[in-house]
Design a protein around this ligand. Structure first.
Ligand SMILES: Cc1ncc(COP(=O)(O)O)c(C=O)c1O
Length: 488
């Protein structure tokens, strides 16, 4: 077995040993029930003290990757192989399953997400999200902004208003004016990212059993929120021009939904940019049937080609559109800052919901982003980001053409961060996905974004925060694995 440690590395040897064995387990070189080498043998082989091996094995046990039998040795556990009940009995753990809320147990299987989030998952190249912290983030400039905020005591240590810092709301207001949205500063609320915005809007508007219209496929984070709130969810299919709006009217008449949730600009997951006639039609239908629209716009600032199309909120004359924006894609996802733009009445209600949710968004972070913007860093960074995104999108499209089966199709995104790929049906994409993960390459399975079934031969690839080199390598690996899982 290929167990590696580096004696000149500052990381303790037992930690290196433990991580090396975990990596072998994840790559399938050690399987469930395999016996690990005896501590004496491994210590000899690696020329280290036996206690170091004992400590590493103990740490593996603590993390659930191994178990020991007195007199027989230490054996591997592949965590995903362990049935939950077995695991509970094995570790003598408290069984939470009977204590969870019903809606949680029904809605959140969380299996895929847990896998992505697992810290022990050795993903080297992620087309899902950044795990290591990206080279692209403007860390130095953020540091300057932080120092200035602290020096000038521009930040607040106290709680702030639920609606958010005035200065940041003014910045967002100005930004939206430039996008053709007529809005006042008191019609903006700062949130912890777009995700919280979706959650707050859902809580404000949805009663269990009420209908909500979404695009199908859609952003999973929205889908799970609406499911959790026990909404009846109606999906409208998406083609390369965005939501098929001509199917909407019948749905509005039949279900009278509480709102239409849409992500018209560089839609997650398909990357599509809703066509202008569809944008106009959806707003017109919403007005005709008096149904609010929730426009999730994570990416209109990241346009890299194609026409710039009006946001639904800019077409809204009656205050019927609730608009969501975020700094996650244009600055840093981990900053967790976004906003909602809506009529004053709606914003005041949402501020009330936010108050009992988390009181306020961290004032310190709001001040940092305000300072970052006021120094002119934001505009420069977005220009840089767009150049990078263009290169990466183009590299990814080329790599797909070179490495994926010839029948593969994809939608060219004109902005945002997602590329949606459809592979031939004869490929067992689920197995490809699993195998790629073992090789340290992650992508999102299309089925994750669908309401019910669908997407079995589709995948979402995020092209932000991966270098061109990683894109070429990662796509090549996926392409090679696809060849193995072709059921032809
Ligand atoms: C369409 C869409 N909405 C919302 C979010 C959540 O964004 P945030 O990080 O601002 O919470 C994402 C994140 O990927 C997204 O793609």
């Amino acid at each position: 077995m290929d167990i590696h440690i580096n004696k000149s590395n500052a990381t303790p040897l037992y930690v290196q040993l433990k991580e090396s064995i975990k990596s072998l387990i994840s790559h399938g070189q050690y399987r469930n029930g395999d016996r690990l080498p005896t501590t004496r043998k491994l210590a000899e082989d690696l020329d280290i003290h036996r206690n170091t091996v004992i400590m590493a094995y103990k740490a593996l046990e603590d993390e659930g990757y191994a178990y020991s039998h007195v007199g027989r040795g230490t054996f591997v556990i592949e965590p995903e192989k362990m049935d939950k009940k077995e695991e509970i009995a094995f570790y003598n753990m408290f069984d939470w399953s009977g204590h969870l809320s019903d809606k949680l147990r029904k809605r959140i299987s969380g299996k895929l997400l847990t896998l992505y989030q697992s810290e022990s998952n050795p993903v080297r190249i992620s087309f899902v999200w950044s795990q290591k912290g990206s080279q692209d983030f403007p860390i130095k400039k953020i540091q300057t902004a932080i120092n200035s905020v602290i020096r000038n005591r521009k930040f607040l240590f106290e709680y702030t208003r639920s609606i958010g810092n005035l200065e940041l709301r003014k910045i967002v207001t100005h930004h939206l004016h430039q996008k053709g949205i007529q809005i006042e500063t008191d019609e903006i609320m700062i949130t912890n990212g777009a995700q919280q915005a979706i959650d707050l809007i859902g809580r404000l508007l949805i009663e269990p059993g009420e209908s909500v219209v979404i695009e199908n496929p859609t952003y999973t984070g929205a889908l799970t929120v609406f499911q959790f709130l026990q909404a009846k969810i109606i999906g409208i299919p998406v083609d390369e021009w965005g939501m098929k709006v001509h199917l909407l009217e019948d749905v509005l008449i039949k279900y009278r939904p509480k709102f239409i949730f849409t992500n018209p600009t560089y839609q997650n997951p398909t990357g599509t940019n809703m066509r202008i006639d569809r944008r106009e039609k959806i707003v017109a239908l919403a007005e005709q049937y008096q149904i609010p629209i929730v426009e999730d716009d994570y990416g209109s600032d990241l346009q890299i080609s194609g026409p710039e199309l009006p946001l639904l909120k800019s077409l809204d004359t009656s205050g019927q559109v609730i608009y969501i924006g975020t700094f996650s894609k244009t600055l840093i996802p981990g900053m967790r800052l976004g906003w909602i733009a809506a009529s004053k009445e709606v914003i005041n209600l949402l501020a009330e919901v936010k108050r009992f949710n988390d009181l306020c968004t961290t004032p310190f972070l709001q001040s940092i982003v305000t300072e970052f913007h006021n120094r002119g860093y934001m505009a420069t960074y977005i220009r840089y980001l767009k150049r990078r995104l263009t290169e990466r999108r183009d590299t990814m499209m080329k790599a797909i053409e070179d490495c994926f089966p010839p029948e593969t199709t994809y939608i060219k995104p004109h902005g945002g961060v997602y590329l949606w790929v459809t592979v031939p049906k004869y490929i067992d994409l689920h197995s490809v996905w699993k195998d790629c993960l073992k090789q340290g390459v992650a992508f999102s399975l299309g089925s994750l974004f669908y309401l019910d079934s669908g997407g079995e031969n589709q995948m979402r690839l995020r092209f932000a925060y991966v270098s061109k080199k990683e894109i070429v390598e990662g796509i090549k690996i996926i392409g090679e694995v696809m060849k193995e899982y072709s059921q032809q």
